[in-house]
Design a protein around this ligand. Structure first.
Ligand code: A2P
Length: 279
């Protein structure tokens, strides 16, 4: 993989800069769609226990043309399995469903702060990494205060924080925090989520016309230019291919400046991490 298509993590590992997200794909559909993604060049697949499709992802990995060592597989711990012992047991379930020996990246899916278990859970993640069962460990939907707490208790900084992030919800206020600690930001709902109204925005449409590209490709380049790792999801093979065909053009400073103005106070689509405490 060339340097342009991968990013170095703070633990010395590399991660492909663009991944295929499988949220909301049924287990049976995940298998052919992940297979289609691998066929067009994706090497990074992002699933979660809560998506209910780890087994389908596992079948796709086993049947794929790509050797296991070329693939980067992420899963995430369900909230109800947080805690030291339960996180470790739950990890075993993920590995059984995926049918692989070592996971590339395991994330705490949400901090669920009112439940008070994320620091203990992080200790289990550190142990799993020390034992060599997972190569990299990280978090998702963590606010800076949650990250400070787990680093304070273990001395281990997460390699990534996966956040909702797209041009309508740019999260400019937390970027410096992550850059200072060398934590890679992964973007979920990178195209603005279901419905993808963002892709009809006149600014994005006009930048797409200027480059002879699609709006989705422009939005993905916006993520890549800022060092984020976007995880676009699609259930449509043609779009899966379109979303990976982004390596041969770049946005210029003028494009980036125009897109700053798309950030909106009400741009977040999903739950707020400080309030999401469901098991
Ligand atoms: P579909 O699965 O029917 O292709 P996000 O990754 O931000 O969550 O966005 C996913 C949404 O955007 C889904 O509704 C998906 O629909 C749609 N989508 C994904 N890729 C594209 C694309 N290249 N063009 C238009 N819509 C897309």
């Amino acid at each position: 993989m060339t340097p342009d298509t991968s990013v170095m993590l703070n633990d010395g590992r590399t991660i492909p800069r663009l991944g295929f997200g499988v949220w909301r794909l049924e287990d049976a559909d995940a298998e052919p769609l992940v297979g289609a993604a691998i066929d067009v060049g994706y090497r990074h697949i992002d699933t979660a226990q809560g998506y209910g499709n780890e087994a389908g992802v596992g079948r796709a990995i086993r049947e794929s043309s790509a050797p296991r060592e070329e693939l980067f597989i992420t899963s995430k711990l369900r909230n109800g399995d947080q805690g030291f012992d339960s996180a470790r047991r739950s990890f075993d379930g993920t590995m059984d469903r995926l049918g692989i020996d070592v996971l590339d990246l395991f994330l705490i899916h949400w901090p669920t702060p009112a439940r008070g278990l994320y620091a203990e859970t992080w200790k289990a993640f550190v142990a799993l990494q020390t034992e060599g069962r997972v190569r990299s460990i990280g978090v998702s939907n963590f606010l800076p205060e949650h990250i400070e707490r787990i680093v304070g208790e273990t001395g281990v900084t997460p390699a990534v924080n996966q956040l909702e992030l797209h041009p309508a919800y740019q999260q400019r206020d937390v970027r410096e925090f992550h850059a200072e600690r060398d934590i890679v930001i992964e973007s979920y709902s990178p195209l603005g989520g279901d419905g993808a109204a963002l892709l009809r925005d006149p600014v994005i449409v006009s930048i797409a016309e200027k480059h002879g590209r699609t709006p989705a490709q422009v939005v993905l380049r916006w993520h890549l230019r800022q060092g984020f790792v976007p995880l676009p999801k699609s259930a449509t093979p043609a779009r899966i291919a379109e979303n990976f065909a982004v390596w041969d053009f770049r946005l210029d400073d003028d494009d980036m400046a125009r897109m700053v103005g798309l950030d909106r106070a009400d741009g977040k689509r999903g739950p707020l991490p400080e309030r999401m405490n469901n098991p």
